[in-house]
Design a protein around this ligand. Structure first.
Ligand SMILES: [Zn+2]
Length: 211
């Protein structure tokens, strides 16, 4: 859930493909339409199919659900010829290779990853599929244990000072330019921090800040 009405920016850039957004909280934008998945009926799926999206953006769970339905032949969603966009929040399960395979066998289109926090976009993959670009205004750093920490882009966070929050992901910050031409750093995510390691890492970080 996005706390502020953020704009959805398609990872492929502009002009964006016709995109179905399965997530609440985004501003209205040309070439995107929001759909509210309902557990109680499949009317939203009919509407989704009628829209003929070229790309679908949603949480990993939502996209895997659509993939399983498509493998079973319902709905067809043959219009999805551009991409899938997996959006996730920090601390949510990261996309595994198995998940990628499942999405690929169901749809056969590229998968992009985008990371959000409550106030909006933190990082997004680009057409080069070579790491995630830090979103405008978001700051990223890596602690001594290799966990990525972030500072949210919007001003309400700045009132809390320069505080960074742990992302729950191991990775590196790459300053090298991307072949897509966008400036700025990229995140190279190695995988989720295991909970036990996470607690230990945070304790160590807290200790390091005090010491
Ligand atoms: Zn790029």
């Amino acid at each position: 859930m996005i706390a502020r009405r953020a704009a959805f920016r398609h990872p492929a850039g502009e002009p964006a493909p016709r995109t179905a957004l399965l997530l609440p909280g985004f501003k209205r934008h040309a070439n995107t339409r929001a759909f509210v998945p309902a557990a109680s009926n499949y009317r939203w799926l009919e509407k989704l199919q009628e829209y003929r999206p070229e790309s679908i953006a949603g949480s990993l769970g939502q996209l895997l659900f659509l993939a399983s339905l498509r493998m079973a032949g319902m709905p067809k969603l043959d219009s999805v010829t551009h991409s899938l966009v997996v959006t996730f929040h920090t601390e949510q399960p990261w996309l595994t290779l198995e998940d990628r395979d499942e999405l690929w066998s169901a749809f056969g289109v590229p998968v992009y990853e985008q990371m959000y926090c409550a106030s909006g976009l933190l990082a997004t993959e680009c057409i080069a599929h070579d790491g995630l670009h830090a979103a405008k205004g978001a700051q990223w750093t890596v602690d001594a244990n290799g966990e990525l920490w972030f500072r949210e882009p919007l001003s309400w966070w700045e009132e809390r000072g320069e505080a960074y929050a742990p992302s729950g992901l191991f990775g590196a910050v790459d300053p090298e330019p991307c072949e897509c031409g966008q400036p700025g750093i990229r995140l190279r995510i190695a995988g989720p921090v295991q909970r036990q390691t996470l607690l230990r890492t945070r304790a160590l970080s807290a200790w390091a800040q005090v010491a």
